[in-house]
Design a protein around this ligand. Sequence first.
Ligand SMILES: O=C(O)CCC(=O)C(=O)O
Ligand SMILES: [Fe+2]
Length: 251
Amino acid sequence: MIQRIQRGRSDRLAARERTFDDDSHSDMDVCFQTVPNTVAFHGILETEPHVTVIDGFLAPLECSELIAKASLQRRSGVSNDLGTGSESKGRSSSTALRTPGLVRALAPLRQRLTELLGVPEARLEGSMVLCYEVGGAYRWHFDAFNLSSVRGASNTAARHGGQRLLTSIAYLNDVPEGGETAFFHARRAIAPKAGRLLVFRNAVPRTAPDGRTRFEVDRRSLHAGLPVRAGTKWIVTTFVRERPRGMEEEP
Ligand SMILES: O=C(O)CCC(=O)C(=O)O
Ligand SMILES: [Fe+2]
């Protein structure tokens, strides 16, 4: 596959990154026209050191079951497509309510994640099933908490469970056109494909003068869900935290 890259000047890039920090929207088409340059490696497709793609992580039946379970809520007429009503800023997708049925259907995926990543289930945030229609997208953003900002430092979620070290995205369907997950600095975009898992690192350890190590936002993880141009895109996003749920930082 051809990868067309349009490298911007570094000052423009820095300006853009500032814009992303400000939570504002940006032109998603700026640097990605097409998809990955991945290398097959024992079934694991490796891109950047901090971005890994694994195909066949979910079976086709598991994908269709998850879509069916999440779609049920759309039919039940809950507002805002699938339900929560809490669209995050810059994301034009809908998030399925975690009904008991959906939670059960998510269990095998979560179990496999704990095995793959070597973390206990308590370090996984609740998995979110997201659906994007044509035109749906997720602006450029970081998933890690910005702990150096006032808002980030006072973030209760971040204090309990700590930083979001990794993001995993399981793609539940093939998307005819668009919908790639794009990494700004790596100049790379991962195409949605049923059963594919994308894992990337969000944070890097920094040791402060007092000897304590904290995880800060990894600037290289700046990413977006590019606009879906045809069809629908279904994904499951699961963040991996630094510590088990509810566990506070040691004093
Ligand atoms: O839709 C995508 O490809 C990206 C989703 C994402 O970045 C997120 O859920 O945090
Ligand atoms: Fe994200």
